[in-house]
Design a protein around this ligand. Structure first.
Ligand code: PMP
Length: 415
């Protein structure tokens, strides 16, 4: 292990523990990442020294809490290269951000006969809000399907996105197959037809450099907890002119200009979309996570995960009785790898791996239409992050081999 990584491991005491008598290998990062001490300390520091409600008081703690909260917004603005802090809205997470867009922009701009285009690989969070909007409005929801290699079929996308399309919403990276989607190209295609593009960045922002201006996305949502920030906090990026034209999402304190008995006006951006007391400490913790990742550098994070995938993916693909879903080419893959072992239910595989101290996920990964499309009900999924090593990949390979032998032996004995 190189020295940078050894130092980094010290920041994650949770990883230094035994599970079922084996040293823990945490490979469930696509569900949630672990937090470094720096994030935990930022939360503690905020609660111990600065805690107050923001934008309300003139007392010193209120001013400090407000400064911390707004500093976190600017950190997130820089992290994704948004043009202005006003375009960065704190949400509860990726799901909340996507629902916000569907319920405000979608509600105001989609009518009967319009079309919304998403992909078959979407997480339910970037699927159900559009499905329900389409139902409410009498619009049509269309799906871009996949090539044999688990990539989006761009020829189909070109045919599906037409002048009838109002919204195109696609994940930047799949939470199941690890596919990275060409969202810059899709955003351009959407714009050529007068549609907007919504990116789901939940599995991209924690793992690669993301520049929302370069991508030219109109909205882009992601969660803090997958990039080592706290749970219950996330970001919705939106272009200023779109956010300004949209109605508010929720009503209440903080988001108002003036309230009269029969009518109200709304606050300036970004507060128009931050009704009620926000997750202030969560925002501060998320800012600390962005600092942590920025210090390492997102290019370095991506290169580290890529090296693990380059090593692991061919070995998994070569393993007898194991099927990997998604791109075969490691260069087209993030550190999210879905697989199944022949004749074994993925829950049994995940349980057997847990017995070896290896934490992976099993299930439909909140992507049931994708599972149905692939003819599956569930898969196992290993997902890597910057604190995982090649040795962790080896532990997974060994544990899978042992799982296979254990079940094969058991089934032979039963015969
Ligand atoms: N989109 C994708 C691609 C995801 O992986 C996830 C989380 N698994 C989400 C959206 C939803 O994120 P959250 O549950 O944090 O709102």
């Amino acid at each position: 292990m190189d020295s940078t990584l050894t130092k980094l491991m010290r920041d994650f005491p949770i990883l230094d523990q035994k599970v079922n008598d084996e040293h823990l290998v945490y490979l469930d990062n696509a569900a949630t990442a672990q937090r470094p001490n720096q994030v935990i300390e930022a939360l503690t520091h905020f609660y111990q020294t600065d805690n107050a409600n923001v934008h309300r008081g003139v007392h010193t703690l209120a001013e400090r809490a407000t400064a911390d909260y707004e500093a976190a917004r600017r950190k997130m603005q820089k992290f994704i290269n948004a043009a202005e802090p006003e375009e960065v809205i704190f949400t509860k997470g990726c799901t909340d951000g996507l629902n916000l867009v569907a319920s405000t922009y979608g509600e105001a701009n989609v009518s009967a006969g319009d079309e919304i285009v998403i992909s078959i690989m979407e997480h339910h969070s970037n699927l159900i809000p559009w499905q329900q909007l389409a139902i409410r409005k009498g619009a049509t929801l269309k799906y871009i399907h996949l090539t044999d290699d688990g990539e989006l079929d761009l020829d189909e996308a070109t045919q599906l996105i037409t002048d009838k399309t109002k919204i195109v919403a696609v994940a930047h990276a799949s939470n199941v197959m690890g596919t990275v989607n060409p969202i810059k190209q899709l955003a351009k295609l959407a714009h050529q037809h007068g549609a907007i593009f919504v990116g789901d960045g939940a599995q991209a922002v924690p793992h690669m450099p993301v520049d929302v201006q370069d991508l030219d996305v109109d909205f882009y949502a992601f969660s803090g907890h997958k990039m080592m920030g706290p749970t219950g906090i996330g970001i919705l990026y939106g272009k200023r002119e779109l956010l300004e034209a949209m109605p508010p999402y929720q009503f209440g304190g903080e988001m108002i200009g003036f309230v009269h008995q029969q009518e109200s006006t709304w606050a300036e951006l970004p507060y128009k979309f931050e009704a009620g007391t926000q997750n202030i400490a969560g925002a501060v913790g998320l800012g600390a996570a962005a600092d942590y990742l920025t210090q390492i550098g997102m290019t370095a994070v991506q290169a580290h995960e890529q090296a693990i995938v380059n090593y692991l993916l061919p070995k998994l693909e070569a393993m007898d009785g194991l099927t990997v879903y998604g791109p075969q080419d490691p260069a087209k893959h993030t550190g999210v790898i879905a697989f199944n072992l022949e004749e074994l239910h993925p829950h049994d595989v995940a349980t057997a791996l847990d017995m070896e101290g290896v934490a992976v996920r099993a299930g439909h990964h909140c992507a049931q239409p994708l599972m149905e499309y692939l003819g599956l009900t569930a898969t196992a999924r290993a997902s890597f992050y910057l604190y995982n090593t090649q040795a962790d990949a080896d532990r997974l390979l060994t544990a899978l081999q042992e799982t296979k032998e254990f079940f094969n032996h058991g089934s032979r004995e039963a015969k």
